[in-house]
Ligand binder design. Structure first.
Ligand code: PEP
Length: 257
């Protein structure tokens, strides 16, 4: 059985106290109602800004199934790159995961698939699980190119990995037109793309690996629509932006399997 995962991408929001409160509040509720007793037995990963990572890791300590990761890493291990943060630094703060290739990184920081492949490599070299984000922009969907675009992102970002390394990766499908817009992909649209991604993975790494990879949906997923999205056979959970900043909403999403 592949893992169900609910991940919260806090983006550039909150401050230290706000981040600590959010993580602590969610973890307290999870302790009262442990993840392993919930349908789907989901795992939870917080993606706070780097500067709160240590505190969020501390807040999550002792709550089974909850961990934290970074929203990005640099493509190199260390060096004279003022302002950047490398995978071993993130790992040393207690992170278990990192996002790679979020659409905001692709759009605003011009991160392309070749660069993202290096970030995936860095993550894996330093024991971080990459959550590799992919997804088309609206004109690509309107032109019927969404499958092609997502396939290219996955092939170029991930398919250079050996089987064993690939099996550590989580994929997040996030149609860019649905991120932060309040427009969610329909459950059918999400399922169609997730099934396609799984097929593409199967063609490269075999059926067993395809069945094993967790594919999360992201894009205006919230407490109201999560259950329908998560009930799709190839949707293994969500990468949640806006709704991850409100503890009651995020908790409701965790309970939506
Ligand atoms: C995201 O940024 O990964 C995301 C899915 O954002 P939102 O849920 O706010 O659309």
């Amino acid at each position: 059985m592949r893992k169900k995962i609910v991940a919260g991408n806090w983006k550039m929001n909150l401050d230290l106290e706000g981040g600590r409160k959010l993580a602590t509040g969610i973890c307290e509720k999870i302790s009262e109602n442990p993840l392993e007793t919930l349908p789907g037995k989901p795992e939870v990963v917080f993606f706070p800004p780097y500067v709160f990572l240590t505190e969020v890791v501390k807040a999550a300590e002792g709550t089974s199934g909850v961990s934290a990761g970074s929203q990005n890493i640099h493509q190199l291990e260390k060096g004279a790159y003022t302002g950047e943060v490398a995978a071993p630094m993130v790992k040393s703060c207690g992170a278990t995961h990192t996002l790679v290739g979020h659409s905001e990184r692709r759009a605003y920081f011009h991160e392309d698939n070749a660069l993202l492949a290096k970030k995936v490599e860095q993550a894996l070299n330093h024991g971080l699980i990459p959550v590799y984000c992919c997804g088309e922009v609206l004109p690509e969907r309107e032109a019927g190119k969404h499958f092609e675009v997502v396939k290219e992102q996955i092939v170029n970002g991930l398919f250079w990995l050996k089987q064993e390394a690939f099996e550590k990766v989580i994929i997040a499908y996030e149609p860019v037109w649905a991120i932060g817009t309040g427009v969610t992909a329909s459950p059918e649209q999400a399922q169609e793309m997730h099934a396609f991604i799984r097929k593409v993975v199967g063609e490269k790494y075999g059926l067993q690996t395809a069945e094993h990879v967790s594919i999360l949906y992201g894009g205006s997923c919230n407490a109201q629509n999560a259950r329908e999205l998560f009930s799709q056979p190839d949707v293994d959970g969500g990468l949640i932006g806006g709704a991850s900043l409100k503890a009651p909403d995020f908790l409701a999403i965790i309970q939506s399997f």
